[in-house]
Design a protein around this ligand. Structure first.
Ligand code: ZN
Length: 134
């Protein structure tokens, strides 16, 4: 079951500049930042109601976000749906023939467990499943 949009991931080339925009110009409170080595990203979190904006800056040019920006430029990178049982959801989607990037959950920013679906199955949108405690 998809419960809500957990967050929208936005690829940025300059995190500091993007943080200034969201914090100082839009006026959303910055909740924190985290480096996720496995995905070669530095993430900044901006809670908005029940969801969040997550700004993603690549820590290495060859990271997934770095390659995304090289191909498509900055912009919306993925949409993350909150699910309550990620293993079960992955299994169901796989049985329905949905192409997956991750067949097993992996670590996501903020202590979440995440898995990506392949954009070829989702009309070109990188969709993330996300399970977390709070
Ligand atoms: Zn995400």
């Amino acid at each position: 079951m998809f419960e809500k949009i957990d967050h929208i991931g936005i690829a940025v080339s300059d995190l500091e500049k993007a943080v200034q925009f969201y914090r100082d110009q839009i006026g959303i409170e910055l909740k924190g930042t985290e480096v996720v080595d496995e995905q070669k990203v530095k993430v900044a979190f901006f809670p908005v109601g029940e969801s969040k904006i997550e700004l993603l800056e690549s820590t290495e040019p060859d990271g997934p976000v770095g390659r995304f920006i090289e191909k498509k430029g900055e912009g919306v990178h993925h949409i993350s749906f909150r699910v309550s049982n990620i293993e079960e959801k992955i299994k169901q989607l796989k049985e329905q023939g949905v192409a997956l990037i991750d067949e097993k959950p992996r670590y996501g920013a903020g202590g979440a467990r995440i898995a990506f679906l392949h954009p070829k199955s989702t009309g070109g949108v990188l969709v993330e499943l996300c399970e977390r405690d709070s």
